[in-house]
Write a protein that binds this ligand. Sequence first.
Ligand code: TYM
Length: 340
Amino acid sequence: MRVVSGIQPTGNLHLGNYLGAIRNWVRMQDEMEQGSECLFFLADLHAISQPHDPKELASATLEMTAALVACGIDPSRSILFNQAQVPAHAELQWLLNGTARMGWLGRMTQWKDKAGKNREGQSVALFTYPVLQAADVLLYQATHVPVGEDQKQHLELARDIAQKFNNDFCEPDAPVFTLPDPIVPPDAARIMSLRDGSAKMSKSDPSEMSRINLSDDADEIMRKIKKAKTDPEALPSEAKGLDGRPEAQNLVGIYAAVSGESVDAVLARFGGQGFGAFKPALGELLVEALAPISERFRELKQDREALDAILARGAARARERGIPTLNAAYRALGLVRGAS
Ligand code: TYM
């Protein structure tokens, strides 16, 4: 079993990232058996696909490293690194560009959402980003990729690219790439914005009030939850009563995901009550769950040297793991890779 996943280091780690992905990374790391391995990375190469500030990228990468360690990623058990220190990601992307089809990329919903009506004005990197994402996992023969719902389509694309490459360039009994399986949590796969129940919670939302960051203090968390958009109805006593009430569904879903209960169990307790009672309970639950993480995060992010050392060691281990597959991909294409 080889678990691989990544996160963009732009902006803060938020509750959607945590419940949709990072919590699963930690669980998978903690349940790893002998001979299995986890690789987790900061997708800093992805960050240049959209306007960014070069002065901030390196420190954002270190901060996100601190956030992941604060959430429970243990760099002595998992390989934790940033893409830019492992050139094989970019190299493999180029090789896979020969296999990926324009039509496949054009169908990616994230491309459509991010480009909007201005496709001509977007960077080529934003369009080909999913090919780099495919390289990220195929390079390591990933079997399991824990992600939130929004990344599932990119993982399906990675499987299509791997399949076509294996078909076109490999003997049937000697495929170069393993087809990775996306692992999406049954609950909390899609945490929505606190301001709009139809938009996902996102680092790129201009409103800070739309998301809970893992670095928020208790007052900020309480304020954001109390101001979260809701409707005037009382809570129903069963999950199906939340249909057509996206904001209520999101808040109850967050409560259930954090407390580890089912939505029905939460509603059995809060059904019939209004948000005036539910919101403070949710706020307190979040403060209690996130306080140890934000405290560790604040400590860890001060120690830049330790974070640099974690990434350097992780990158060295990742480079070692990736090279055999990269060489095999060159060979399959009739290329001989130079020494690096
Ligand atoms: P990114 O940085 O947007 O998000 C990191 C992880 O958090 C999940 N996530 C969410 N889950 C539930 N609800 C939400 N509102 C929410 N927002 C984010 C994402 O699904 C993701 O798992 N392209 C990726 C990073 C990446 C990657 C990869 C992931 C690059 N290469 C290879 C897996 C494998 C991204 O931008 O995620």
